[in-house]
Design a protein around this ligand. Structure first.
Ligand code: SF4
Length: 234
């Protein structure tokens, strides 16, 4: 059975509508948020995570279109679930998939303490307290003084989207329209105890299910999934 994938350009344009709501930023390009320190690794952090299923397919299409064959092979053979360094981090700390980088990379560290506090004040008694607490906890753990917002006119909408999970709901909706891989791989996933495709995972995790040779998937995926720390099924 063939995988039911929407045309790559449809997926790409739907994601772009979402990404366009995030204000652009510039930063010192230190690459620090694209690699983990020992402490971060020990604390369970991951780079480029959460990567949503629709984003995985979008990046995979970009890699097939834009990268030399040898590099494509390397990237699709990458199955490390929680690497210390993002596989797309290039020379001079540049992101090699910048036009299609996932939402987490676009929104990471764009809030500062003052903006978080202002938003909490603005939406106090307007939006549920649990949403506000979740927003404050999440954004407060991703502060970086070297990130500067370059489209401040989008900020208010972006903050509202974060608090009310607009991005998350849109990515879940897209996920519900996708078959991530063919029926044979779905059977292996089911045999590993998971009825649905992962909603989000990492580049290496999705590759282990969707891009690794079928013989490897049949022989090893179950054990891989058992040890996986970050696979998120709906
Ligand atoms: S996808 Fe790009 S921006 Fe995101 S962690 Fe990887 S290198 Fe960094």
């Amino acid at each position: 059975m063939e995988a039911k994938l929407p045309p790559a350009e449809d997926l790409s344009s739907q994601l772009q509508i979402l990404y366009d709501q995030v204000h652009s930023t510039c930063c010192a390009s230190s690459g620090e948020c694209c690699a983990l320190s020992d402490t971060e690794f020990d604390q369970g952090y991951a780079t480029m995570f959460p990567l949503y299923s629709a984003e995985y397919l979008n990046i995979a299409a970009y890699v097939r279109e834009q990268f030399p064959v040898q590099r494509q092979r390397e990237l699709f053979a990458f199955t490390e679930e929680r690497p210390r360094r993002c596989p797309f981090l290039g020379e001079n700390h540049a992101c090699t998939i910048y036009p299609v980088r996932p939402l987490i990379c676009r929104t990471y560290a764009v809030m500062d303490r003052q903006r978080i506090d202002q938003a909490l004040e603005q939406y106090r008694d307007v939006l549920p307290e649990t949403w506000l607490k979740g927003f404050a906890r999440r954004e407060g753990s991703m502060l970086c003084p070297r990130v500067r917002v370059t489209q401040p006119e989008k900020l208010e909408r972006h903050i509202y989207n974060l608090i009310t999970s607009v991005y998350e709901r849109a990515l879940r909706q897209l996920h519900s329209t996708l078959e991530l891989a063919d029926g044979e791989r779905r059977q292996v996933l089911r045999a590993a105890g998971h009825r649905e495709w992962p909603l989000n995972w990492t580049w290496g995790g999705f590759n282990a299910l969707c891009a690794a040779p079928m013989a490897w998937v049949q022989g090893h995926f179950k054990g891989y999934a058992k040890k996986a720390e970050l696979m998120d099924i709906v």
